[in-house]
Design a protein around this ligand. Sequence first.
Ligand SMILES: Nc1ncnc2c1ncn2[C@@H]1O[C@H](COP(=O)(O)OP(=O)(O)OP(=O)(O)O)[C@@H](O)[C@H]1O
Ligand code: SF4
Ligand SMILES: [Mg+2]
Length: 374
Amino acid sequence: MSDNLTLPAQQGPADTTTPETLLEVEGLTKHFPIYGGFPIKRKVGAVQAVDGVDLTVGVGESVGLVGESGCGKSTTGRLITRLMEPTAGRITYAGQDITHASRKQLAPVRSEIQMIFQDPYSSLNPRQTVGSIIKAPMEVNGIEPAGGREKKVRELLELVGLNPEHYNRFPHEFSGGQRQRIGVARALALEPKLIVADEPVSALDVSIQAQVVNLLQEVQKELGIAFLFIAHDLAVVRHFSQRVAVMYLGKVVEVGDRDSIYNHPRHPYTHALLSAVPEIDLDGEGEARERIRLTGDVPSPISPPSGCRFRTRCWKAQDKCASEEPPLVKLSGSREGHLTACHFPEEPTLQGRAQDVVMDPALKALEGDGAGKD
Ligand SMILES: Nc1ncnc2c1ncn2[C@@H]1O[C@H](COP(=O)(O)OP(=O)(O)OP(=O)(O)O)[C@@H](O)[C@H]1O
Ligand code: SF4
Ligand SMILES: [Mg+2]
């Protein structure tokens, strides 16, 4: 290792230094109403897509938001970027309450919060050239950079690793990875302070994913842009995020700095997600992490389980889990800023757990293990 890699001395432990807050989300809620009945349609229920999410993103900080399909990640991202109106809660950006801000009130903030979408095929207009696509946000916001918009677009193309000469080409002339680079260039056109990247690499070939994640990481570090990076597994955000929030069925169940989440998780669901992350034991000396197989589908967000929403799939569930919703709090033994919503959390170390494979009790019975209770 070169001496050049030595980090400058910092006051206090590096992991616990918190940057100034850029985005603060409190009790964010989105319920999609369901209508039924004949002949008069009435509201008969609601999809509780996002239900009381608290989250912060600091200036220049990268935060990962992780959870299974349907847990409300995209809805959270769309609420934050104000593409959707929240049912309840508060969104504060740079000290300003933007929860219900009108288009006009939002105008100055709009350019500072950008979104990168999952599908680089449907998110780019096939009839527009790359130049027009990247230029559009500048036109909409009436921004005229020094040297003109075309010059800026060419600079952006170069920044994201594309040939500036391809300015007049159409999206279909690019590969998936290149298209996502175009999406990144478009998001950067207005020099944003926060980018919400909604599964930006999950539609890409595995071999291309790392390249795009690296590009985003460079952008985050060199331009000091804060990121909310949405992903459905913990592997993708591992190297990208300084902090990670784990979501389950519309709620954040655990949040903390990277070391806390990957090495000292307390919530059973985080353990289950981590056990799904493949680990390669290169020297053959390490202990293989136990595999937790989560069985059963995620319950419907129309009628989520009472108390702890994870209880129908949790191997540690007890009566209290059905009657009392666990609050998202710092547990004893957890580091500052590491919050967990669980009545019966795991010990703060992976090694502390039993070596037995932990499985869904129903699956255990099915496999005839019978060993049953512990
Ligand atoms: N416009 C809508 N109307 C009704 N229900 C919706 C709407 N958008 C999302 N939902 C529902 O809200 C829940 C959360 O959806 P969301 O897309 O936010 O999840 P997600 O975590 O992004 O999932 P994925 O990993 O599949 O992208 C899902 O049950 C979904 O069906
Ligand atoms: S509160 Fe109970 S059901 Fe929920 S994660 Fe903790 S132990 Fe499992
Ligand atoms: Mg989504």
